[in-house]
Design a protein around this ligand. Sequence first.
Ligand SMILES: [Zn+2]
Length: 311
Amino acid sequence: MRASVCQAGRRRPSPILRALAVGLLVLTATAACGAGSGPDREARIVVSTDILGDVVAAMVGDRAEVEVVMPRGASPHEFSPSARQAVAMREADALIVNGWGFEAGLDDTVDAARRAGVNVFEAVSAVRPQGGAPHDPHFFTDPARMVQAVTAIAAHLRSTVPALRTAAFGAAARSYQRRLEGADAEVERILAVVPARRRVLVTDHEVFGYFAERYDFRVVGTVIPNLSTSSEPSARGLADLAEAIRAERVPAIFASTSAPARLARRLAATAGVSVRVVGLFSESLGPEGSAGATYLGMVVANAQRIAAALA
Ligand SMILES: [Zn+2]
């Protein structure tokens, strides 16, 4: 059981690391993943979402095992874990989640892990709350907020995973924080072409509040008027939003690449004006090799798409 748990969703190490790992396996079977729960067992960090999984793996590297529960491109508000993943979460040395209902389908499993004594860390509770919307869980749309989360995650991992109480891990965490700060500055540069009056966002659900606050945009409306992607808007709600789109001369609606853009297209048709539907990596990472394959990549790619649609 452990060996299979250990494989699922695990970050793939580089070819050189894989070769080294194969060598170690030949030398000593106990170094293998799934060696049991003895004192030499490699620490296992389980992360709920693919976005936070990428961020944690970038800092941790091969210093501990990082298992990501949601597959790349999953719809995070709807995803439910398998029984095997629930076991992995319950047996984790550290469990890192986004929090505030972002991974609603995992809430019961996270609660069960917490009751079993797992150290659960909720990333959103480590960041400065968004003004006016205190329970929007999509903090990661603002890379400056991610710096705050990463600082707290690194401190949490040092306190829960002995293998990470090293100068090397501290340096890796600081280095990643600097890359996040670089991405924040790059996003600001990319968005500089969008004049103030065109800094308006219409999105599929309430997802870009933190982004709007950070980069001086206004959220004119959302197709689904809440924080989830699963409910349906009313006909009246769509008509009101269509009116706002016409009044504000909004040229584009932004929809998550991981959720169907059906509703956004219906709205574009209802608005009766020329409105493009532009896909953003707003909920989860893009496929391997795509611009949104990493958190840093998705932040920059989203800014480029927003700038191109609104400038
Ligand atoms: Zn969402």
